[in-house]
Design a binder for this molecule. Structure first.
Ligand code: PLP
Length: 429
């Protein structure tokens, strides 16, 4: 299928905001429909037996694709117009060669890691990471002979650099490789930032001909406020469930980045079958049209709430990415790597679980729910929910106390949101 892929108007390169309305879709192929229809189909009819043969040669890697040859449509576990258009549009924001969409963020993460690693390999990752990701690294990969090393290293990057060097040497000694360096930044729920350029430099310092890829979960600030490919990342992962979907009504994920690595991820997605469905892809295309407006508005709301809440009598600290209460090292990383703090931040209350629960139970507009990045504001208590399986030591190390409340700020009127927080904080007693 040939589709509109021009990214310029004359000499002028077009912005992602503009490209989200039409890029990758040709109305003439769909009866002039201004929006892409939902291609609710499992399989695609070949025009001839020769076509079927040609499409499979490319899909199975039996021959290289000709430069102008579009990947023929075969079967919706392999490709589908809704997925392909969505993937083209997602790749625009981060400047990726290629993007692939998955049935969830975890499907994207686990399929990508499976594509990169083999028995005897080691994966180094930064902690804390998303709970599902830590489960994959701590419990599932070791069963498959892949060792994982977690590094809790915020500012300097020395700990991460040391772990990368040691892991590469240990893996080589037993016939394996350092398969990947996996970074989640900012970390949930404390907004600790990891220096991506320092991580990329540590990988480069290994001096390997085929260095391990730097893989970054960009769910919290991407694709607007942090562009990891510009700071040395090779692959980016997303839970599209969060900001990109943005309406708390779907589950999906994505992986994007360098073409050669994406080929390996595509193979694994086809075989694991972790692909998303045409209807979810269609919803995500709708979401992409308003992505920048939603992310700008929710960030503006969050910045204003942080400004009003800092120094509040019931609050010990406000944890926003690179914020005024973070260390100079954190603020330096923020200045280099992020163009905004996003709209998920946490409050360290004065008191403990009882005080946090009194506040949470008093909230009227903020809903008590895990997840983030939707149009509506959410509040959660990480210590008793998303991070309840952390040991007391791990909670202490990662700064996840009983007094921590995480907020995901939506696009409601900021004065209403502040009024809600103010009355709930007053109810602490
Ligand atoms: C939610 C989330 C995930 C997992 O995504 P799902 O779509 O729920 O599978 C991974 N990483 C981060 C940072 C997340 O917030």
């Amino acid at each position: 299928m040939n589709r509109h892929r021009s990214r310029t108007l004359g000499d002028r390169p077009l912005s992602p905001e503009t490209l989200m309305m039409g890029y990758g879709y040709d109305p003439a192929l769909s009866e002039g429909s201004i929006k892409a229809p939902i291609f609710q189909t499992s399989t695609f009819v070949f025009k001839s037996a020769e076509d079927g043969k040609r499409f499979f040669e490319v899909a199975y890697g039996l021959r290289e694709r000709d430069p102008d040859e579009a990947l023929g449509l075969i079967y919706s576990r392999i490709n589908n117009p809704n997925l392909e258009i969505l993937e083209d549009r997602l790749a625009v924001w981060d400047g990726a060669d290629k993007a692939l969409v998955f049935s969830s963020g975890m499907a994207a993460i686990s399929t990508t890691i499976l594509a990169l690693s083999r028995p005897n390999d080691i994966v180094v990752y930064t902690a804390p990471a998303y709970g599902g990701t830590e489960y994959l690294f701590d419990r599932i990969l070791p069963r498959m002979g892949v060792e994982t090393v977690s590094v809790a290293d915020a500012d300097g990057g020395e700990g991460l650099a040391r772990a990368v060097g040691e892991a590469a040497a240990r893996a080589a000694a037993r016939g394996g490789r350092l398969a990947a360096v996996y970074v989640e930044t900012p970390a949930n729920p404390t907004n600790q930032l990891i220096d991506l350029a320092a991580a990329a430099a540590a990988i480069k310092a290994l001096g390997q001909a085929e260095p391990p890829p730097l893989v970054v979960d960009n769910t919290f600030l991407g694709p607007l406020w942090q562009k990891p490919l510009q700071h040395g990342a090779d692959l980016i992962l997303y839970s599209l469930t969060k900001y990109v979907g943005g309406h708390s009504d779907l589950i999906a994920g994505a992986c994007m980045g360098r073409a050669d690595l994406m080929g390996r991820v595509a193979e694994m997605r086809t075989i694991c079958g972790a692909v998303t469905d045409p209807h979810t892809a269609w919803l995500l295309m709708r979401s992409l049209e308003t992505l920048h407006i939603r992310m700008e508005r929710s960030q503006a709301n969050a910045v204003e709430l942080v400004r009003r809440l800092r120094g509040h009598a019931r609050i010990e600290a406000v944890l926003d990415a690179g914020g005024a209460e973070s260390s100079p090292g954190q603020r330096a990383i923020f200045a280099r790597q992020c163009s905004g703090p996003g709209s998920t931040f946490s409050l360290r209350l004065k008191g403990g679980e009882a005080e946090a629960f009194r506040m949470l139970n008093a909230l009227r507009l903020f809903k008590l729910a895990v997840s983030l990045g939707g149009t509506e504001s959410l509040a959660s208590h990480p210590s008793s929910t998303t991070h309840s399986d952390y040991s007391p030591e791990a909670k202490a190390r990662c700064g996840i106390g009983d007094n921590l409340v995480r907020l995901s700020v939506g696009i409601e009127h900021v004065d209403d949101l502040y009024a809600d927080l103010e009355q709930a904080l007053a109810r602490i007693g």
